[in-house]
Design a protein around this ligand. Sequence first.
Ligand code: DC
Length: 220
Amino acid sequence: MNIAIDGPAGAGKSTIAKRLAADLGFLYLDTGAMYRAVALAMLRKQIALDDEKSVSAALEQTEIDIRYENGAQKVYLDGKDVSAEIREHAVSKAASDVSALPCVRLRLVELQREIAAKTDSILDGRDIGTYVLPNADVKFFLTASVNERARRRYEELKSKGTACVLEDIRNDIEVRDYNDSHRAFAPLKQADDAVAVDTTAMSVDEVTAHMLNIINGKRV
Ligand code: DC
């Protein structure tokens, strides 16, 4: 069984997907982490993120690997664990930029499909239901108001002791949403057969229970 969860930045996709995967005993694949790893590789190599030819050439020399350690997804770049670095602020915007390039998407989508074909899994991203797994058994589109998404990200960063400004976070989220939903190839878009869940006024427990109900309804 494959479950697709798409939606804009900060809608709670990864938090919910992890919970669902643990409850169902499914593998969880965070596809955004793969775009982040490509972005980190290009930033390190100082390659212009809109220069598809150079990005494509560099990508051929780059090894991206997904591993699971004690049930947690780790991303390896050229044999090194970069799971922490890819969460840095500069990488978020860069990931959105490189994700617009077809050469990057084609390479990562192939890997995502391979992983999903092997096992019961939950994939989260922007184009899972529309492009990566159009035949997924259940598709969700998670949203929340931009203010609420910015607030959640702000609280998360603050709790980690990272200095941040709410207004900057909100702007970053808006820019990423715009980029992700306006690119030509496989943009962020709700699939026609996806169930929309607006999490603005819902707790993590409520969202998880609601989605589990829908998934279990499809399993019988
Ligand atoms: O989910 P995230 O914030 O970690 O994703 C980082 C960027 O990667 C996001 O701005 C757009 C891109 N992305 C994508 O284009 N397609 C996906 N399936 C997942 C992420």
